[in-house]
Design a protein around this ligand. Sequence first.
Ligand SMILES: C[S@@+](CC[C@H](N)C(=O)[O-])C[C@H]1O[C@@H](n2cnc3c(N)ncnc32)[C@H](O)[C@@H]1O
Length: 260
Amino acid sequence: MNHLTSINPFFAARNSLPEPETFQPPRKREWAKLPRAPINASPVPHLTSLYHFDDDDQYGDRKYPGNCGGNLIKDLLRFFQSERVFDPMSGSGTCRDVCRDLSVECVSGDIHHGFDLCEPKEFFGEAARFERRSFDFVWIHPPYWRQKLYAADARDLSRCPTLDAFLQRYALALAHCAYVLKPGGILAVLMGDYIDRDEGFVPLTYHTKRLAFECGLRQHSTDIIRFGHGASSSKKVYRSSFIPGLHDHCMLFRKPTESL
Ligand SMILES: C[S@@+](CC[C@H](N)C(=O)[O-])C[C@H]1O[C@@H](n2cnc3c(N)ncnc32)[C@H](O)[C@@H]1O
């Protein structure tokens, strides 16, 4: 019993944190021993399926909601030796900044600047601005549906009112990325699952793979599990019981050389 329980037990039941015996304060950081990676001919030997670097980098703007840091993008561009990059959900410009650093050509856009990746007219027909088979690497870090809201624009994926509406537009976004890739090119998607207030657990990583395969893309290699260092939710205390997700997935898809 605490002091509030004795003053007003009904108020206390509604508002207090659980009694100290059951309440566990946020844990301190823990150190995990990572498995040893095999020696191989990769030009980026530290790039494995576990991406755990939490250093701040100078790419993009850390204050932008959803900023992802640039080191993973940099490692992927070095690994794939990419020369022409499409960055159609640029946010604070993280991918663009990495490309500038590596002297790689990069074409960026974002709904904040009026570019809608889900709009077919950007890719097909008279007014198309992007050509088929014109990039060898595409980087996207889409909204995790409405987990965070981005632009005050109904075309923003985070503004889709239902999961079905989100998945329909997300399918268009992925199809357009596949369309602009050269055969053999790579689409890298950084995505996380999340718990929605109405839909419950939304397996967005599963949907990403399903939709990418429907566009004719193939999985290139293992997913890269990116540790979520610096996530704002890590500092919160919740009353409910759940298994916290501390990572997101970077999924790598390849356009088959014999394709489209
Ligand atoms: C997770 S944030 C990307 C943040 C970026 N990785 C960074 O480091 O700054 C997702 C971005 O997708 C953009 N976006 C949402 N819907 C879009 C659409 N239909 N077309 C283009 N961009 C869109 C949002 O404006 C937002 O900037």
